[in-house]
Design a protein around this ligand. Structure first.
Ligand code: ADP
Length: 544
């Protein structure tokens, strides 16, 4: 028997309509460098309609790709609303990648028009010669004549965003869309091989936004004021933009200034209740707070993910700042939220920490399983270690154009993350498959060693990666960034590790570095570290 329910498509247009009317007086606040500019959701909705009209006028129809090359700001939100709602596909380009890489990605996606922040025009001009499909560049910010680099945008039509909008009506005849049609796309950062494209549907974005608002996830509501530090080009800012529109939470956008001083000021002045970013951002905020202080009392939670959240970071936020960090796990392929580490109720403090330090419980719609060597399935008993595989309505089932069947296993996505799963759906990662250190047939978890080392009071950052070893095949090397003013010898750090992990896992090779190289989205770049080691850039201290 068929249900009697209406078949109404789940679309971003419906999130936009709801958010910009019901919550029309909520605001999106953008940092300007010395203050803020403010726009209500109702205004953002009218401007989204103007943008859609303008894009139509430039020839954007059907599912053409409209790229963004932008910081987190009100105009980026307008593109998030207008482009998918008019039936086109929003393609958020990573502003931190090398020109050739962005060119490859824009060409692969067939981007037709790109909206570019004024401050990024010179950078985008370097990309253009390698992005031949791009016909229109739309520059936000000040008048074109005053924007450095616009004269270098050759071979395309260049438009001022504000001039385009001003000329257009502030309503648009939003089309009825198929919920399974493409709404947005994002590319993986391509640590191995070329970047791969993931195409989100209206339905997946809608369900993902609802998921983010659940009480067991972020519990977003109209009482929240959300600061997405995570870039809108990094897996759609973890869904925070659409989730805010849907729940009536205000958005506070840092634009191009991600310095801890500005973040702390924005949190205090704008009474931010929820902020999200990778661990390196919050480590910098902690250091800043220790030195300068600030008022973070409005925060109810800080979302953290993208790489493992060090226990010491969570603990120190709790103890010193009275702010709770909430760990989440996911990847571009999973929209990105797959699990959130809210501990179950009724636990001792110690048990609670064990859940908070995990990668969290899978969402209701995200199923997970573990796969071992040769693809055999392993039990989810909290003990067996294998690769996590997931499937669900907001998990990609293939890659755009150039699919990679090796990343899928009988209809499940192979995440490339290795760890355990327990019967309550909690995941505990020990490594990325490509970072696992294989020493004499046994696995050493780089994540565990890093986590312990980063709890040492003299250590600011610790990255552990495998290096070739004649006897064992591979052994861990620990690269340490000391806190300013700290001085501790490698053998002391090795002794500190020895208190918590078996002897055979202790690194023999150590080095002290000024900083750990980071990827375009602020994660430790182990690839760069392995290359630096091979070049002999590191001064290695042997301790046995
Ligand atoms: P990239 O592959 O460029 O890092 P993603 O942002 O999609 O791009 O990264 C997804 C990966 O980030 C995951 O597969 C996982 O390895 C890592 N990751 C994300 N969140 C966490 C977390 N909470 N703990 C550990 N690793 C995480």
């Amino acid at each position: 028997m068929r249900s009697t329910m209406m078949d109404v498509p789940l679309t971003i247009a419906s999130i936009m309509r709801y958010g910009t009317s019901v919550f029309g007086d909520r605001e999106v606040v953008t940092w300007t460098g010395d203050g803020t500019r403010r726009r209500t959701y109702a205004e953002a909705g009218r401007r989204a309609a103007q943008l859609a009209n303008a894009l139509r006028g430039l020839g954007v129809d059907a599912d053409q790709r409209v790229g963004t090359f932008m910081w987190n700001n009100a105009e980026h939100l307008e593109a998030y609303l207008a482009v998918p709602s008019m039936g086109a596909v929003l393609h958020t380009l990573n502003i931190r990648l090398a020109a050739a890489e962005v060119g490859y990605i824009a060409t692969h996606a067939d981007d037709y028009a790109v909206i570019v922040d004024a401050s990024l025009v010179s950078k985008f001009a370097e990309i253009l010669p390698q992005a031949p499909t791009v016909k229109h560049v739309i520059v936000t910010g000040g008048p074109l004549g005053e924007t450095p680099g616009t004269d270098q945008l050759t071979g395309v039509s260049v438009h001022s965003y504000e001039d385009l909008l001003v000329a257009e009506p502030d309503s648009f005849d939003w089309p009825e869309l198929d919920e399974n049609s493409a709404a947005a796309m994002c590319y993986t950062s391509g640590t191995t091989g070329n970047p791969k494209g993931i195409v989100y549907s209206h339905r997946s974005a809608y369900l993902h936004s609802m998921g983010a608002c659940l009480g067991n996830a972020f519990g977003l509501s109209e009482r929240d004021r959300v600061l997405p530090v995570v870039p809108m080009f990094h897996a759609n800012a973890w869904g925070l933009a659409y989730a805010s529109l849907l729940s009536g939470a205000a958005l506070v956008m840092p634009d191009k200034d991600l310095s801890p001083a500005t973040l702390v000021r924005l949190i205090a002045d704008e009474k931010v209740t929820l902020a999200g970013g990778v661990p390196t951002i919050w480590a910098a905020v902690l250091t800043y707070m220790r030195a300068e202080g600030g008022d973070l009392s409005s925060l109810r939670v800080v979302l953290c993910g993208g790489s493992a959240v060090p226990h010491a970071l969570q603990y120190n936020f709790d103890q010193e700042l009275g702010v709770r960090i909430l760990q989440a796990w996911g990847m571009t392929e999973t929209s990105p939220l797959a699990s959130v580490a809210n501990p179950p109720p009724g636990l001792s403090e110690e048990e609670e920490w064990s859940y908070r330090d995990s990668q969290g419980r899978l969402f209701c719609t995200v199923e997970g399983r573990l796969s071992g060597d040769g693809g055999a399935l392993l039990p989810s008993d909290g003990e067996a270690v294998g690769e996590i595989e997931v499937r669900g309505p907001w998990i990609t089932g293939s890659y755009y154009k150039d699919d990679d069947p090796s990343k899928f296993h009988d209809g499940w996505l192979r995440t490339g993350d290795v760890g355990t799963m327990d019967e309550h759906g909690f995941i505990r990662l020990s490594d990325r498959a490509k970072d696992v250190i294989k020493s004499g047939g046994e696995w050493i978890s780089s994540m565990e060693l890093e986590n312990i080392l980063m709890a040492h009071p003299d250590v600011a950052e610790a990255a552990v990666f495998g290096v070739p070893d004649d006897k064992w095949g591979e052994r861990p090397l620990a690269a340490i960034v000391l806190r300013s003013g700290a001085d501790v010898a490698a053998d002391k750090l090795r002794g500190f590790l020895a208190e918590q992990i078996p002897r055979w896992q202790l690194p023999e090779r150590w080095c002290f570095v000024a900083e750990v190289p980071k990827t375009s989205v602020g994660k430790f770049s182990k690839r760069q570290m392995r290359e630096a080691y091979q070049r002999g850039d590191y001064e290695i201290i042997e301790v046995r």
